[in-house]
Design a protein around this ligand. Structure first.
Ligand SMILES: [Zn+2]
Length: 372
């Protein structure tokens, strides 16, 4: 294997993904696998898709009879989840919007969510995370030099969404996860397994000497309990419609006074500082590539447009990066030296500490065999 830099000739994935391989035309395994796995979803026959959506909506309504809500929609303030909420209401569903506030939401995200639920007349439940506990956990992840600091947000969000669904006896969580804009597989060296409560607990104990108190964690066992015993289904709702991010954005701006963010997932100040600065600087990972590669392959932008977007730093402007850097230091209580020391230290693997990734892989294998 050579370590030479190379980029796919069809999408924009490159050798920063550790298991990328190229065929004789220079096309990578990421976009090839994505097309094999997701073409039937993205390029589905419109008639079939419409019918599947009708069936799903009918099922949700039926299972929700006599209940206050028939589904939970997790909203981050981003386009994908906002669009799920709009479509759910349009289709006559009765969603409860659920939002998690981990202390890093941008004002823009807050106002986008507020406008949306007001105009749609939807109830909103906001779970505000205990900031002191959350900051200690973040600090533990930084001290551990593991890549996926956002595991904390993603894990807690699962805990909150499933928890609210269970509380209101609702069987469906409609999510903004979808094939058309994020269906390409995340390289395994770019993030970590999201149901890993054990990993969070271990890092918290080892680096901050704390146990989880109010953090709404989510484990593999929780997943099995919710999905199989309580029969709560996680639905990638946008896969049931022809989802074009740019058209949806236009409609949100027109009808819901929605204000866009410059990049995907930039609704949280930490997420943008993490994706735009920490990931590229410390871990050599630029997540824009995966997102843009997906949009190229699903036909929403051209490869040239993607390459142009990749030009320059993963931040709207240098000033905004500088602002977020100051905000981050202040909120975490760090000095410049602490940040630069953190960025210089080498990465450590999540599974140098206890983890339930193997447990999940094992359960998934058993389930698959059983199902066959
Ligand atoms: Zn490719």
């Amino acid at each position: 294997m050579s370590n030479e830099y190379r980029m796919c000739t069809r999408c924009v994935m490159d050798t920063t993904a550790d298991d990328i391989v190229f065929d004789e035309r220079g096309v990578c395994n990421y976009c090839t696998e994505f097309l094999e796995r997701s073409s039937h979803v993205i390029f589905q026959n419109p008639e079939t898709r419409r019918k599947e959506l009708e069936d799903l909506v009918r099922r949700i309504k039926k299972d929700g009879e006599g209940k206050r809500y028939d589904c939970v929609v997790g909203v981050s303030g981003g386009v994908d989840s906002s669009w799920v909420l709009v479509k759910a209401v349009e289709l006559g569903l009765r969603p409860l919007a659920v939002h998690m506030d981990n202390g890093w939401n941008s004002e823009l995200a807050q106002s986008n969510i507020a406008n949306l639920v007001r105009k749609l007349r939807v109830d909103l439940y906001t779970h505000v995370i205990d900031w002191n506990e959350y900051r200690s956990l973040m600090q533990a992840f930084f001290d551990a030099d593991v890549i996926d600091v956002e595991l904390l947000y993603d894990n807690a969000m699962l805990g909150v969404d499933y928890g609210q669904a269970a509380k209101h006896d609702v069987n469906y969580i409609l999510s903004g996860t979808n094939q058309a804009t994020e269906g390409m597989r995340m390289p395994s060296n770019w993030n970590w397994f999201k149901y890993d409560k054990r990993n969070i607990k271990a890092l918290a104990k080892h680096f901050a000497n704390i146990t989880l108190k109010t953090f709404p964690s989510f484990s593999t066992i929780n997943f099995i309990q919710y999905e199989f015993l309580r029969k709560i289904r996680w639905i990638s709702f946008l896969d049931y419609m022809e989802y074009n991010k740019f058209e949806s954005m236009g409609s949100l701006q027109r009808d819901f006074a929605y204000k866009p963010y410059p990049y995907k997932h930039y609704e949280s100040v930490f997420t943008r500082f993490y994706q735009g600065y920490i990931l590229p600087e410390k871990f050599g990972v630029d997540k824009r590539k995966l997102h843009l590669a997906t949009l190229v392959v699903s036909g929403q932008i051209t490869r040239e447009e993607a390459l142009k977007s990749l030009d320059g730093i993963p931040y709207p402007t240098d000033e905004e990066l500088a602002q977020d850097r100051v905000y981050f230091l202040k909120k975490m209580g760090w000095t410049e030296t602490q940040l630069s020391n953190y960025l210089k230290r080498p990465e450590k693997a999540h599974d140098s500490y206890p983890s339930e990734k193997k447990l999940y892989t094992f359960c998934a294998k058993v389930y698959k065999t059983f199902k066959q």
